[in-house]
Design a binder for this molecule. Structure first.
Ligand code: GBH
Length: 489
């Protein structure tokens, strides 16, 4: 039996997934290289007054379009079992549809996938990480009833072309962000603002799109390709601001509105959480709105959606204190429909991002919430977890502490609470384009010099630390085949 380094971060089960992640728009660059079409993010960053903090773009980003071989080196040095990355829809279908296939894009992803397999790293591919083809955005994007068909055609091509080697698919990354920030507040591309109706329409279409891709895989690919298809959500854990019944209910409601909005239909019964139906109906009534803002699934759609995922992907970062607050007299909005107020405890340390506070207990609570509300039979995979600073320092002892404390809490959820958590993913492989924050917030295990045209990458202290955690766990997995004794510190 190999001794554990600290007795807290493992051992996890032998087949535990240890991954590191990126997404296409955030790292690739090559925004118009060799036949790639324009995405909503390409369009958004090139518009004046788009609100991007440092006025930057992802035109070049980490230049992974050209430097994928260097990325493979970094990935190999980390000793991860899986690499999570996304396809840029417009690199494969320049106009968003299967009318034109961009060979260069197919070659690019083939090279990356084959390169990963050659170093014994399993590709985990996200089909959609927020970069909608602009041609489709112009037709209404995810507000269009045609969007499930667009996504079906795209997923079909990807399964057919890459599915002989890609065995793990994530349909959507954080659809809440697409709905709420893309079509609600407008802080993200495409920058639309419809907090009362649009956000609910978008989520409805995304859930249908996901289910269509899943059923397609079931019917046409699973028997020969034998892979898994899932979806990844984000949720800021909501901790009751006091032990009053009202605040406890408010915290629960907040998680149902953020996570249950998507997960309830897919993992529970094909439909939205009852608390959302009730809240939206009562707010609409007060506002004098007679139409159903929360769209309705037919029974056929419910059956089609229910159970349409092989695993539960979750991106977990932070926690919010949550209080009950009657907002029924305020403007019509998904935000106000919840009747909650959230903030952060002053005792939680700050990161380089306003929304991200140091709350390691929250990841354990969130995993338990998933277990108790969305089922514990399918594997739960943490598909992102990470910490930002503004400096990008190589001496990132804060990030090292973050990984230690968060992974410890994942381990406690697994070993003490019986949560079926089967994988953990660090965000991110390297510093990259952090959406509306541009390059000002850095999450990387590797530093990237964005003023150097060759975009050199340098490992931070956290890269070595994460590798050690992985190696200790995989060593344990190989040499220790007894049931792990949970360690309570
Ligand atoms: C993930 O989002 C993304 O998947 C990834 O692309 C990103 O780089 C990474 O995390 C780090 O942020 O201030 O109102 O605009 C994490 C969940 C949800 C966190 C949206 C930031 C913005 C809140 N994100 N949120 S707001």
């Amino acid at each position: 039996i190999v001794a554990q380094t600290n007795g807290q971060t493992g051992p996890f089960p032998p087949d535990f997934i240890w991954a590191v992640a990126t997404s296409a728009y955030q790292v690739e660059g090559g925004w118009n290289a060799n036949g790639k079409g324009v995405s909503n993010w390409d369009a958004f960053v090139h518009k004046p007054n788009n609100g991007i903090r440092d006025h930057s773009t992802g035109d070049v980003a980490c230049d992974s379009y050209h430097k994928w071989q260097t990325d493979l080196e970094l990935i190999r040095n980390l000793s991860v079992t899986h690499y999570r990355f996304s396809f840029a829809w417009t690199r494969l279908f320049p106009d968003g549809t299967n009318k034109t296939i961009n060979r260069d894009g197919v070659d690019y992803y083939n090279n990356l996938i084959n390169g990963l397999l050659a170093i014994n790293v399993t590709p985990m591919v996200t089909l959609f990480h927020w970069d909608t083809p602009q041609t489709l955005e112009d037709l209404g994007g995810w507000e269009s009833p045609d969007s499930p068909q667009w996504f079906y055609d795209y997923a079909n091509f990807c399964f057919k072309t890459f599915g002989d080697r890609v065995k793990m698919w994530i349909t959507f990354n954080e659809p809440w962000v697409t709905s709420w920030l893309g079509y609600g507040t407008g802080g993200n591309a495409p920058g639309k603002k419809d907090v009362c109706y649009g956000v609910y329409t978008v989520t409805h279409n995304i859930i249908k799109s996901h289910a269509r891709a899943y059923r397609l895989y079931d019917q046409q690919y699973r028997s020969t390709q034998n892979g898994k298809v899932g979806i990844t959500f984000n949720c800021d854990f909501k901790m009751a601001g006091s032990n009053s019944t009202a605040d406890i209910a408010a915290a629960d409601r907040g998680v149902q509105f953020q996570l249950g909005w998507f997960a309830h239909a897919i993992f529970v019964n094909g439909d939205y959480p009852q608390v959302m139906k009730d809240q939206i109906a009562s707010h609409s009534k007060v506002l004098g709105i007679n139409t159903t803002r929360l769209p309705i699934f037919t029974d056929e759609e419910k059956n089609f959606i229910n159970g349409s995922s092989d695993f539960f992907g979750i991106n977990a970062y932070t926690t919010q204190l949550t209080f009950a607050q009657d907002k029924s007299s305020l403007e019509c909005s998904y935000d106000n429909d919840q009747d909650i107020f959230t903030n952060y405890s002053a005792s939680w340390n700050s990161s380089g991002s306003d929304w991200l506070k140091y709350t390691p207990f929250g990841i354990r609570n969130l995993l338990n919430f998933i277990k108790n509300n969305f089922g514990n039979t399918k594997p739960i995979i943490i598909t992102e977890n990470g910490w930002s600073d503004r400096s990008g320092t190589l001496d990132d002892s804060e990030r090292v502490q973050f990984y230690k404390d968060y992974i410890t809490n994942v381990y406690l959820a697994y070993s003490q609470d019986g949560v079926n958590v089967r994988g953990y993913t660090s965000w991110a492989l390297m510093d990259n384009f952090e959406w509306a924050s541009g390059y000002t917030e850095k999450f990387g295990l590797h530093y990237v010099n964005f003023s150097d045209p060759s975009r050199p990458r340098i490992p931070k202290q956290s890269a070595f630390y994460y590798r050690d955690i992985i190696l200790n766990n995989t060593k344990n997995a190989i040499t220790n085949n007894t049931t792990p004794t949970p360690s309570t510190a």
